[in-house]
Each structure stands twice: as structure tokens, then as C-alpha cells.
Design a protein around this ligand. Structure first.
Ligand code: CA
Length: 228
């Protein structure tokens, strides 16, 4: 089944570029040139994913994001010229799922879209018990991790942290999200502790911990578990 992507972007050149790119990748594409229209199309067209520009005339992307979240859980990918991480964090707090910065890399954009659609479409009821990514295999029942066939000893917290990341391949995982999932909501601000455990994990699972292949850093925002 073809997924429908709604592009909310006021610059027509960029909107057309996105439309061609996404249609070329096999998606059905709808375009809205302002936020009001975009919000209305979310209600009327029920897209599978929204690609949302931040700088829009009238109501801006932040407000569109906030309004969409009041009525829908559709994945929202922010498209922004701004590289300020505080802006991205703000967007995530308003309910966006991920972001790409303009000018965007086509492959990165398509990978982010695939990751969000996969997650949205994944059946939540039957929980997967074995996760694979590159040479890493994590087994929730056996409580084991192997890298390239070799068994790796992890502490309970390291195991939990890795399992949260491997369940969300390719997805942006903000500091607060990881801390809440692994340590609990009362530890949501304890970023230094998270960094320490990421450091431990990288030393155990990365072929070259100084140039991570799996656990990628999103500066000032969080991490992304890379399986591509
Ligand atoms: Ca714009």
C-alpha cells in the first residue's frame, strides 16, 4: 500500500523538489503552501506522514505541529533551515518525531521517512524478542547480546539502554526519552549519566568507539541508532 506524505512548505521550488523526490521513491504526495491549509489537509486527507517546514507565512510550523498533535498521532518530520539544536528540542517537545535540516541530503531524508513510517506501521501487540542490526544481535528472552557472533557482557542498565535503541532503529532518540525509558521519569534531566553509559556501550559494541557506526550522536539533542 502506498503511503501518503503531506508536504507543508511555502517555497514552491522546494515543495516541487520534494514532491518529485518523494513520488520518485514511490510515495503519494500532497502539498500545502501554508500552515492553515496544511492543518486542514491533515484532518481531511489523513496522510501517513507530515513533512513540515518551520518558517511559514501565517501560522508557523511550531503552531501547526502543536495543532496537529491535538488531533492526530501522524508522524511529523520537521524540515528546517535552522541548525540551532534548541529549536529542534522545542519542536520535539511540541510533538514532532524527527527533523532534517535544509539543505537536506536526499538519502538522509528518505531514510528518516522510512524509519518513521516503519515505526508507525509496526504492530504494537506482538512484541518482537530478537533484534538485529549490522553485526549486533540482541535477544530479550535469553538476555544476551552478541557482536559478530561473540557474546558481550552488559550490565542490566547497559542492556536496557541498548534494547531501547535497537527497538527504534534510525529514529531520533532525545536525551529525555532515553533517560525516561531506561532510568525512569525522575531521571529525565540526568544527561551526564546517559553520556557515561553511551560511552560504556560504545566500548563494548562499536568496532571503533571513537568513530561510532551504530550509536550516532545528535549534538545537543540525543542519539540515533544506525542500522543502515
Ligand atoms: Ca519556509
Amino acid at each position: 500500500m502506498t503511503s501518503t506524505i503531506l508536504v507543508i512548505e511555502d517555497e514552491e521550488g522546494i515543495a516541487q523538489l520534494l514532491q518529485r523526490l518523494l513520488e520518485g521513491a514511490g510515495y503519494r504526495v500532497l502539498v500545502a503552501l501554508d500552515g492553515e491549509t496544511g492543518y486542514r489537509m491533515v484532518l481531511e486527507e489523513r496522510p501517513d506522514l507530515v513533512l513540515l517546514d518551520i518558517m511559514l507565512p501565517g501560522i508557523d510550523g511550531w503552531e501547526v505541529c502543536r495543532r496537529i498533535r491535538q488531533v492526530s498521532t501522524v508522524p511529523i518530520l520537521m524540515l528546517t533551515a535552522k541548525t540551532m539544536t534548541s529549536d529542534v528540542v522545542y519542536g520535539l517537545e511540541l510533538g514532532a518525531d524527527d527533523y532534517v535540516t535544509k539543505p537536506f541530503e536526499k538519502d538522509v531524508l528518505l531514510a528518516r521517512i522510512r524509519a518513521l513510517l516503519r515505526r508507525a506501521g509496526a504492530p504494537p501487540a506482538t512484541e518482537q524478542r530478537v533484534y538485529r542490526c549490522g553485526e549486533i544481535v540482541l535477544d530479550l528472552d535469553q538476555h544476551t547480546v552478541t557482536v559478530a557472533g561473540r557474546s558481550i557482557a552488559l550490565t542490566p542498565l547497559e542492556f536496557r539502554l541498548l534494547s531501547v535503541m535497537m527497538r527504534n532503529p534510525g529514529r531520533l532518540l532525545p536525551h529525555r526519552y532515553l533517560l525516561t525509558q531506561v532510568w525512569g521519569p525522575e531521571y529525565a534531566e540526568d544527561i551526564d549519566n546517559l553520556k557515561l553509559y553511551i560511552h560504556y556501550l560504545r566500548r563494548k559494541i562499536e568496532p571503533d568507539p571513537r568513530h561510532p557506526r551504530y550509536i550516532l550522536t545528535e549534538w545537543g539533542i540525543g542519539y540515533r541508532f544506525n542500522c543502515e
